[in-house]
Every structure is written in C-alpha cells, then in structure tokens.
Design a protein around this ligand. Structure first.
Ligand SMILES: [Zn+2]
Ligand SMILES: [Zn+2]
Ligand SMILES: [Zn+2]
Length: 209
C-alpha cells in the first residue's frame, strides 16, 4: 500500500548552469550527468509504493576527504588489483582472500577488510614496493589533487527517483506540505540500519550526514 514519508532524496547539481535536477542530463542545458556531477540530498515528502516505486533506496558513501557523496565501488576489481603487486607477484592467494572476506557481508565491511589486509602486509615480499589502500572516491581519483583511501564509517542511504526522465528538482518539490503524522525523516545519524557498519580502524568521530 502506498504511503507518504519524508525521505532523504538524492539529486544532482548541473555544473555549467547550477540547476538542481534528477535524471540522465540537465533538463535546462542538457549537460550530461557524469560520475563527477555533484550528488546532493534533501528531505522530501515522497510516495512509497512497493507495487509501483517512484524511488529506490540506494547505498552511498561519503568521502572523508572531499565530502562528496559517491556510489560505492565494485569490490571485485579492487580485490583483483589488491591481490597482485604491479611487479606481478601474488600478494593474497585464494585462501588468503577467503580469509580476508570471512564474515564481511556488506561492501563497506569488505572494503575495510581489504584495507586492513593491505596495511598488515605493508610491502610486497617480492619487490619490496610499499602497498597502499586504493582510492575509493571517484571525485578524488579524477581530480588527482588528493586521493581518498579512508573509508566512511557508515553507509549513507538515499532515495533515487526511478525512470529516466530529466526533471528539475523544483518540479518534484512543488506543494511540499509535510504530513504531521509522519514526521520522521530518514536519519543516517541514527545507525539502526543493519547494513551500517560502525567498525573502523580509525578513531575519528562519526560524521553526521
Ligand atoms: Zn544545466
Ligand atoms: Zn573524495
Ligand atoms: Zn611487488
């Protein structure tokens, strides 16, 4: 059954014209959405209807270096890279990788395990090269000013509009009258999500999103 709720909705901000929108390109200047198009969030009243979803809930990570929100990277290629040094030596064999991922059920937990394993190994035993955790954030990776090998403490969950229509955000927030009976926003700061992973080897305090 459909119901109204206040949710953290993700939208994009067009870099050439600063329009806030959702969809594959900016509806005003048609600049295409890319991995570098900033992802922003705001609380919006949305209709949640499992039978006909207008929004899907998706996982994001927030970069602790540049603060950008990004889609968590696929872990498999990162592991493939981490398993082999640039000199060609195998760093982690099949058994070691199975050990690294034992019990890690979320992408964030898996990424934390990869980082911990690389930190423990420190150097390639064949060529002696120092091993560094991968850069997780695509924005940091693209700008090359900084890399972000630091993982977020927890995942951020956002609602993303389904469909492929380029829509100006103001069209979606027209007539936003919050329902006082459903005042609970999605609050990632309340880590009740079972997929939120508080475990971290960093002592930094949790960020509020
Ligand atoms: Zn634009
Ligand atoms: Zn970053
Ligand atoms: Zn090596």
């Amino acid at each position: 059954m459909a119901r109204m709720r206040i949710a953290t909705v993700e939208y994009r901000r067009c870099e050439p014209c600063a329009l806030d929108y959702t969809g594959p390109h900016c509806p005003r200047c048609r600049h295409p959405t890319s991995v570098l198009t900033p992802r922003l969030t705001r609380s919006l009243l949305i209709v949640v209807d499992p039978a006909c979803p207008d929004f899907v809930r998706e996982e994001r990570w927030r970069c602790r270096s540049c603060e950008a929100l990004y889609v968590p990277p696929a872990i498999a290629p990162i592991v493939a890279r981490a398993a082999r040094c640039t000199c060609g030596a195998t760093l982690f064999d099949r058994a070691a990788l199975a050990d690294i991922f034992a019990g890690a059920t979320t992408p964030l937990a898996q990424a934390q395990r990869v980082v911990a394993a690389i930190k423990r190994r420190k150097r390639c035993r064949t060529c002696g090269a120092a091993l560094a955790p991968p850069c997780w954030c695509p924005i940091c990776a693209a700008t090359q000013l900084a890399t972000s090998s630091i993982l977020p403490l927890r995942s951020t969950w956002v609602y993303v509009p389904t469909g492929n229509a380029a829509t100006e955000l103001t069209d979606r927030i027209a007539d936003q009258t919050p329902d006082p009976r459903d005042p609970t926003p999605d609050d990632d700061a309340i880590a009740t999500d079972p997929t939120a992973d508080m475990a971290s080897d960093s002592p930094a305090p949790a960020r509020e999103d």
